[in-house]
Design a protein. Structure first.
Length: 186
């Protein structure tokens, strides 16, 4: 029932679904660009509409009753972002102990403009030996979807190059936050 509602919402709001969920058991999904709280809503609608079990991170402070139960039901995992190294280790462990896990991360790490995207998605995928799936939301074309899959073991340099190229044309809800996609020097 919820899937039907999600598809109706997408159709009424003129969002188009692009691409297919890859036939793999585990992956880190990049969800970008992330410039607004609306991104989470639309990507949740999309996730339900295409019936894919993708987990995502939420600030631990959001997990109060009853919101916490609702967020968990939709796939949210609470994290305390004050110590990023613990979050990365926790997510690597989740991949090791799960038979099937799709984890969506936003490399911007915030909805505000930032000069660099974070590379935690790569560190998690590399340490877990899982591929990276490039997923997107494009307000300019009103499209949401799944793009290419970067195989496990792809080098950092090749991954970042592919990410820059793939996400360059997409427009977030707050288009004024658009800038070149850069990563911090390693």
């Amino acid at each position: 029932m919820l899937r039907v509602v999600a598809k109706i919402i997408m159709r009424l709001c003129r969002w188009e679904s692009i691409g297919e969920v890859p036939a793999i058991e585990k992956a880190v999904f990049i969800a970008a660009p992330h410039t607004s709280n609306w991104d989470g809503f639309w990507l949740l609608v999309y996730k339900v509409a295409i019936n894919v079990d993708v987990r995502f991170l939420g600030k631990h402070t959001l997990f109060w009753w009853p919101l916490g139960s609702i967020l968990r039901a939709f796939g949210a995992m609470p994290v305390d972002r004050r110590d990023a190294s613990k979050v990365v280790a926790q997510l690597i462990d989740a991949f090791k102990t799960s038979d099937r896990l799709f984890l969506a991360l936003s490399p911007e790490g915030t909805r505000k403009w930032t000069p660099y995207w974070k590379t935690g998605f790569y560190r998690i995928a590399d340490a877990s030996n899982v591929p990276i799936v490039l997923a997107f939301i494009d307000y300019g074309k009103r499209q949401m979807g799944i793009g290419p899959t970067l195989p496990a073991g792809t080098s950092l340099e090749d991954t970042l190059s592919a990410v820059r190229k793939f996400y360059a044309p997409f427009v977030g809800r707050r288009a004024e936050l658009k800038g070149p996609i850069e990563f911090p020097p390693e």
